[in-house]
Design a binder for this molecule. Structure first.
Ligand SMILES: [Fe+2]
Ligand SMILES: [Fe+2]
Length: 121
């Protein structure tokens, strides 16, 4: 799984990423119903908020460029959800778009978050 290789080096952040990825995979594997997909975007948005709080709790200001990217992602994720609800994307296309967005964001932004700190788990 990509999330076990690409780590943000913070247990809470990595667990959030793994949980969202797991929700998407369970649907694709036929282990979860389409109804469960309604939880995907709220879980992603909750994670974004959680991630910013974790860094602030560590005594650091959350980087502006990363915060702006979170705002862009929030809009993008809602558009994926609307497309799915309106039938412009099926469930698999919706989960694939969310999975790709999550993975690229972690690689491009989240892996750099903890580099500024000495303490890692
Ligand atoms: Fe992030
Ligand atoms: Fe993240």
């Amino acid at each position: 799984m990509w999330h076990s290789i690409v780590t943000a080096r913070n247990l809470e952040i990595d667990l959030d990423h793994a949980n969202i990825s797991q929700m998407l995979r369970q649907y694709n594997d036929g282990q979860a119903s389409a109804t469960s997909l309604h939880h995907v975007v709220p879980a992603f948005l909750a994670h974004i908020n959680h991630e910013e709080k974790i860094i602030e709790r560590m005594g650091s200001v959350f980087p502006d460029n990363h915060k702006r990217e979170h705002q862009r992602l929030s809009i993008l994720l809602r558009s994926y959800e609307v497309d799915w609800q309106q039938g412009k994307r099926n469930g698999c296309q919706f989960t694939a778009a969310v999975q790709k967005t999550l993975k690229l964001h972690v690689i491009d932004f989240d892996v750099k978050l903890i580099e500024r700190f000495n303490c890692v788990y």
